[in-house]
Design a protein around this ligand. Structure first.
Ligand SMILES: Cc1cc2nc3c(=O)[nH]c(=O)nc-3n(C[C@H](O)[C@H](O)[C@H](O)COP(=O)(O)OP(=O)(O)OC[C@H]3O[C@@H](n4cnc5c(N)ncnc54)[C@H](O)[C@@H]3O)c2cc1C
Length: 509
């Protein structure tokens, strides 16, 4: 039988995407015949941002068999329990998008439906009071869920804030231990096969040629293989997500790191604040059509909470996605496959999702189109779901204090999002479609947080006695608050992890 197995995987680019791919592929193709080679150029460098993550990254690290405390120590990481949004409804308002659910369903009725009904009967605390992650985050506390723990501890979900450069370096060590080869050099030419246009090899500036069966394009926004060589095409979503620039800078931490990211809306855009273990990452995201670079920089610097480290750096981007993330024998991962701005910290997750799908659809040298098509369909769905969720934040603003926010509030939105909002506005219905990244509780957090209150609630909620439900809601709230109070502070928990002391879960603390 003809041997059609993939023997040479060539990854172009050594940013977060490249080294995540190298780490995962070197582990999952550890078969004695597949080689993984990564080419990167120190002269070009990486984008140098991407510091906030979402919970699936915990699974990625676990899948690689990485010890989480080693990872924390190597990457300046702190824990993240969600995002606090400031000023996204009306100026001055704030809400929390927690990782994990709000409360839990009662007798088959969704928690948020019971909350909506209760809210019609009397004043209730903010819905974040019923989320374990939010309860801990607002108290500056953290504990990992333990295997033995019952709810609510088992309902804590977490991710990390980390130094992206250090994470890439950490994964490089991992990949090289798994026999991945790193080559330093700048790709200057791409050779394609005559009959089908597949990429055969790349040439470096020193004349070396590297041939491969499967190429992974992790070259960042330039899309060296997927776009410059194969001309795949890009679907531009700027009409829905007009932000196209960011200016970033680090500063000192004003105190112990908070276990959450903050995203603060300002008249000309929004500012992120990502507390790593020993410094703060900051950035201001804006649309060049509405805000000048100088205004953006001034807003960023004026809102830093600690002494600035270094000079602000400017970045440009076009929100959208590569029309086919996988074309011919090239799979694009990371910024080369698309970019939806960093409001919900989803980009690194897109890399992870791409790797997971590639492993699920791993080809042989025939490159069966059915595997490629399936890959592309899944990646398209993930991108579009994330896009809609991000648009929701912009569209549902009631700021009215600048042309930028007015534009976002009045712009047309994708039909898929319009349908979701219509379902919500009637009876508070929200559903998680297919492999959608964001769960119902995420949509509920943002919609209520930005004052989209439905007219009613699902009539099924009336099958439960309202007084008994009210008692149960209060019991949940109190239990979460008490559980959070009993956790160590975030800083103390990190210190324990770094000391590698045994009391690492909340049950043990
Ligand atoms: C403003 C902003 C904020 C962000 N914040 C977040 C966040 O909080 N959370 C999150 O998940 N994501 C975030 N992201 C996205 C995140 O930064 C990226 O998804 C992630 O860093 C992956 O980037 P990358 O590896 O695809 O590209 P890059 O980091 O750009 O790496 C590209 C690599 O390709 C190499 N290369 C390019 N051309 C050549 C060549 N000719 N020859 C050889 N090598 C070459 C480069 O040297 C580099 O190694 C943010 C992005 C932006 C723009």
């Amino acid at each position: 039988m003809e041997d059609r197995r993939i023997r040479d995987i060539v990854i172009v680019g050594g940013g977060t995407a490249g080294w995540m791919a190298a780490a995962a592929l070197s582990r999952f193709t550890n078969n004695g015949y597949t080689r993984v080679t990564l080419v990167e150029s120190a002269a070009i460098g990486t984008i140098g941002v991407g510091e906030a993550t979402i919970p699936p990254l915990v699974t990625f690290n676990t899948m690689l068999g990485i010890n989480e405390n080693d990872f924390l120590a190597a990457t300046q990481a702190s824990f993240k329990l969600g995002i606090e949004f400031v000023g996204w409804g009306r100026p001055g308002e704030r809400y929390f998008h927690p990782f994990g659910a709000h409360g839990h369903e009662l007798h088959g009725v969704a928690f948020h439906q019971l909350y909506l009904r209760e809210r019609q009967r009397r004043a209730t605390p903010d819905i974040s009071a019923y989320a374990m992650s939010a309860a801990a985050a607002y108290r500056g506390r953290f504990a990992r869920p333990s295997r033995e723990a019952k709810p609510p501890l088992s309902s804590i979900f977490y991710a990390f804030h980390f130094d992206a450069g250090l994470y890439a370096r950490f994964l490089r060590g991992y990949a090289e231990r798994n026999r991945a080869t790193r080559i330093e050099g700048k790709v200057v030419d791409v050779a394609r096969r005559g009959e089908d246009g597949f990429v055969e090899s790349i040439t470096l500036d020193d004349g070396r040629t590297i041939a491969g069966d499967l190429f992974i394009d992790c070259s960042g926004f330039r899309g060296l293989l997927i776009e410059q060589a194969l001309g795949t095409g890009y679907e531009d979503w700027s009409h829905w997500l007009p932000a196209d620039r960011a200016v970033t800078v680090q500063c000192d931490l004003p105190g112990p790191p908070d276990p959450f990211t903050r995203a603060t809306a300002h008249p000309g855009g929004w500012q992120w604040r990502i507390p790593l273990r020993e410094r703060m990452g900051n950035g201001f995201v804006y649309s060049s059509a509405f805000t000048s670079d100088d205004e953006a920089r001034e807003t960023l610097v004026a809102n830093l909470e600690g002494a600035m480290r270094g000079e602000p750096r400017a970045l440009s981007f076009t929100t959208g996605r590569r029309k086919q993330a996988w074309t011919a024998n090239v799979v694009s991962l990371g910024l080369s496959s698309g970019f939806v701005e960093p409001l919900e910290s989803t980009s690194i997750h897109m890399v992870q999702a791409g790797i997971a799908q590639l492993i699920a659809m791993f080809p042989d040298r025939r490159f069966d189109p059915i595997e490629r098509d399936r890959y592309n369909a899944v990646i398209q769905d993930i991108y579009e779901d994330v896009r809609d969720f991000i648009i929701l934040h912009y569209h549902a603003n009631q700021r009215g204090d600048s042309p930028f926010w007015e534009h976002c509030r009045t712009m047309t939105i994708p039909d898929s999002l319009a349908t979701k909002l219509a379902l919500w506005r009637g009876k508070g219905r929200s559903f998680r479609d297919n492999a959608e990244l964001f769960a119902t509780s995420s949509w509920v957090a943002v919609m209520l947080g930005q004052n989209i209150w439905p007219e009613g609630y699902d009539p099924i909620a009336d099958s439960l006695d309202p007084d008994k439900v009210a008692i149960e809601l209060e019991r949940i709230r109190q239990r979460y608050a008490e559980t959070a109070e009993a956790m160590p502070s975030h800083a103390e928990f990190i210190a324990r992890c770094l000391d590698n002391r045994p009391a690492m879960t909340a049950a043990a603390s």
